[in-house]
Design a protein around this ligand. Structure first.
Ligand SMILES: Cc1cc2nc3c(=O)[nH]c(=O)nc-3n(C[C@H](O)[C@H](O)[C@H](O)COP(=O)(O)O)c2cc1C
Length: 292
């Protein structure tokens, strides 16, 4: 048996989830390929060559990122093929569940049938920075949950996420983000006094939207998908990301080194978030305990 996961990850969270699935699939004898989704998809593998097909992405404005919609449009039509979805997001909001509606709609027209979808809360790469302690807790939770849910996928368990009232409308309205981000991308700036010209951002941009001239000048094209890879991984935090600059989060979280039991430092987000996260953790804890 073999599997493929077509995965897009802006800053690494979704990739981490996919790695956990790959590990568990392979522990169960399923050879697994993770195909990293980019804007140039000339080498797109044929899903018919795989017994299990999955798609993974981070939630962007309650939707699948535009690059995943492009993938769904480009992927080969099939006569009937079940698939699963893995998604990651910074908050455990129910409205995040509607993010796959359009993506699934495109695939269904091409003969694909949604069997299961799973959602993991991972540290925010935009809006606000989680504390290291919270980030570690999210990652530890994902590490415990993913193997259980990967085995569900292998067993062919049906797992659908409940949709909220007006969810379709909310997702539809927020699709404006995809156009807005292309425009916003043109207003990215790099602070010359901070930039060390390491060119990491230029090499890593999945939309090939960043060009750095011989003279060190940056040019930003119109293809930004707002994945935040450039600004998040900038070693000197030199980016300004247009109108979203106030929501910029810079620097990888120390997921493997900080302790989830370290004292909780003060943070900006309030009671609402805490309650939503508490629900997410308690459901996860229950599932993990039931698996033992
Ligand atoms: C442009 C943008 C929009 C986002 N929108 C949402 C959202 O609607 N809901 C949410 O919970 N998280 C949102 N996030 C946070 C990411 O989904 C989250 O940090 C995710 O784990 C990032 O995964 P990645 O590292 O694989 O890109 C957004 C992030 C970005 C960059």
């Amino acid at each position: 048996m073999n599997a493929i996961i077509y995965a897009f990850s802006g800053t690494g969270n979704t990739s981490r989830i996919c790695s956990l699935y790959k590990q568990e699939f392979e522990r169960n004898g399923v050879q697994t390929t993770i195909y990293p989704v980019r804007t140039d998809m000339d080498d797109l593998p044929d899903p018919s060559a795989f017994d299990l097909v999955g798609f993974a992405y981070p939630i962007h404005a309650f939707n699948a990122p535009s690059i995943m919609l492009d993938l769904a449009k480009k992927i080969k039509a099939v006569s009937r093929k079940e698939f699963f979805i893995l998604k990651s997001s910074g908050e455990p909001l129910k409205v995040n569940n509607v993010s796959s509606l359009r993506f699934v709609g495109i695939l269904e027209k091409k003969g694909y049938v949604l069997k299961s979808e799973y959602h993991y809360v991972m540290p925010y790469n935009m809006i606000f920075r989680h504390t290291d302690r919270e980030a570690v807790r999210m990652w530890e939770t994902a590490k415990a949950l993913c193997p259980i849910e990967a085995r569900e996928v292998l067993r062919g368990v049906e797992h659908k996420l409940p949709h909220v009232c007006f969810g379709r409308l909310i997702a539809w309205l927020l699709r404006i983000e995809q156009i807005a981000m292309r425009i916003n991308g043109r207003f990215f700036r790099v602070k010359a006094d901070k930039c060390i010209l390491c060119r990491k951002c230029e090499k890593a941009c999945p939309a090939k939207n960043i060009r750095i001239g011989e003279d060190g000048r940056f040019a930003f094209g119109k293809n930004c998908i707002m994945c935040a890879r450039c600004s998040f991984h900038c070693p000197t935090d030199a980016f300004k990301i247009g109108i979203l600059n106030g929501w910029r989060v810079n620097g990888a979280y120390p997921l493997e080194s900080a302790s989830a039991s370290a004292p909780e430092p003060k943070h900006r987000h309030g009671w609402y978030c805490k309650r939503a996260y508490a629900r997410y953790y308690s459901k996860a804890k229950e599932k993990i305990a039931n698996d033992r």
